[in-house]
Write a protein of this length. Sequence first.
Length: 155
Amino acid sequence: HEVFQKLLRAPVFGRFLQTLATARFARALALQMQVGESPLLGLKMACAASGNPVLEDCADELVSSLKGGETIVDSLKVTKFFPRTFLDMVRAGEESAHLPQMLERSANMYETDLDHAIDSFTALLEPLIMLVMGIIVGIMVVATMLPMMTLIQKL
C-alpha cells in the first residue's frame, strides 16, 4: 500500500489513478443505491470496487463515520482522497435527494476525463515512439554500413 500511496502522489500518474478510482467508486455506489442497498454496505462495496488499495483501507473509516451520524459527503471528506468536484456533486445529490443520479453523472464525467487524458497521453507519446524507432533504425544502418565501408576501403 505504501507503493500505491507514492504512486498517487506522482504528478500525472497519481491524478490518473485518483480519477480512475473515483469513477469506479461513483459508478459502484450509484449502482448499489439504485438497487436499494444501504449506504453502509454500499460504501464498503464501492471502496472494494474502486480497485484502489488506499481507498479500500478507508472503507471501515467511512462506514464508522456514517454510523456516527455524518452525511455521506462528510464521511467521504474524512478520507482526503476524493477531489473537491466529486464531493460537491455528492453534496448536491444528497441535498436534492437524487444521489444515485448525481453519482452516475460524476462517474460519467470522470470516465470522460480519463478518456481525454489517455488520448492526450497517447498523442504525446506517439512522436517519442517515432523518435526512438528512428534512432534504432539509424543505429542498425550504421552498424551494417560500417563493416561494408571498411571492407570497400581495404580493396
